[in-house]
Design a protein around this ligand. Structure first.
Ligand code: PSU
Ligand code: MN
Length: 301
């Protein structure tokens, strides 16, 4: 494992000195947003973490190396390559590494590499989940299985309603993954603070969230925790507008026969196309918001 892992000097030093290190994924850069906003956002997220006293560790695979802590040139490279970078989930990892390819890491793979590096907290936008219609397609994101087995806390703005949020929560419950609402009892739906699905735990401070996560691991319970952090009100999208855009995107996905690993990137791009810049701005702002909370959690974990 060590021979594949390349941790930057900054991250190595931070880990050695017990500084708060926050993992960041790279599929959000390559597949989640268009260039150049993807690169601008990725760099800004890193700055926000630094301003809040943390050390960012953006993770990706470059020429088969598991890189923890990318340089700004490497982030720019990934952002420019965009969809040409291979979206790398757990099952793709061995292929990408053994063939010395470039891979953008999903939530699942970022968790795997973060755990290898000793990073406990990870900030992103939204997690993958159970897709709508999964009862026939069986399309369930590998992110959920990863949360079941890999001990990294993931701070996100919930799950997008391109997914079946209710089934996603059921799946996480089955797998024993706690989903904690930060100052909310309702699962946020990424672009909106509301989803109609309630959560079992609402925790109001980053310190108490860190305490709960630590306790889980001290109990010997492996696996992740989802910290669901609602988008700030001022950046929230209109519920009907986003719901309609998602319905249209889902219809187009079916009409185009898009399946498997292409589904999520297709839906993300379609929703963006339909809603124009609105959804992109919300997306960017919620990532910033998650980076801040993740840094606070990482400080006391
Ligand atoms: N959801 C988003 N933005 C994203 C993703 C999901 O709102 O960028 C990306 C993440 O990298 C996530 C992946 O881990 O898509 C899930 O893909 P799939 O559904 O194919 O597992
Ligand atoms: Mn899938």
């Amino acid at each position: 494992m060590e021979k594949y892992l390349k941790i930057s000097e900054e991250v190595k030093e931070a880990l050695a000195n017990g500084k708060p290190v926050i993992a960041l994924e790279s599929t959000i850069i390559s597949h989640g947003m268009p260039y150049p906003q993807n690169v601008e956002t990725a760099l800004k997220v890193e700055n926000i973490i630094r301003e809040n006293g943390g050390v960012p560790a953006t993770i990706a695979i470059l020429k088969g190396e598991l890189k923890v802590g990318l340089s700004s040139e490497e982030i720019d490279y990934l952002g420019k390559r965009g969809l040409d970078c291979i979206k790398t989930s757990r099952r793709d990892l061995a292929h990408i590494v053994s063939n010395k390819l470039d891979g953008a890491t999903t939530v699942a793979t970022t968790m795997i590499i973060a755990e290898m590096a000793g990073i406990k907290v990870f900030a992103t936008g939204g997690i993958g989940g159970v897709h709508r219609g999964a009862e026939t397609t069986m399309d369930i994101s590998a992110d959920l299985e990863e949360l079941a087995q890999t001990s990294v806390a993931v701070v996100c703005a919930g799950a997008k309603s391109i997914l079946d949020i209710g089934l996603t929560l059921e799946y996480l419950e089955t797998k024993g993954v706690p989903v904690v609402g930060f100052q909310t009892k309702e699962m946020p739906a990424f672009y909106t603070r509301k989803s109609g699905f309630s959560l079992d735990y609402k925790i109001d401070s980053a310190e108490d969230i860190a305490k709960m996560i630590k306790t889980k691991w001290e109990l010997g319970l492996k696996g992740g925790v989802v910290v669901a952090n609602p988008i700030p009100e001022e950046f929230e999208m209109d519920y009907d507008k986003i719901t309609n855009a998602i319905e249209t995107a889902l219809k187009e996905m079916d009409a185009n026969g898009v399946k498997g690993k292409e589904s999520t990137p297709f839906l993300l791009a379609k929703v963006k196309e339909i809603t124009g810049g609105d959804s992109l701005n919300s997306n960017i702002q919620l990532v910033f918001n998650n980076a801040k909370l993740a840094t606070q959690i990482a400080k006391t974990i």
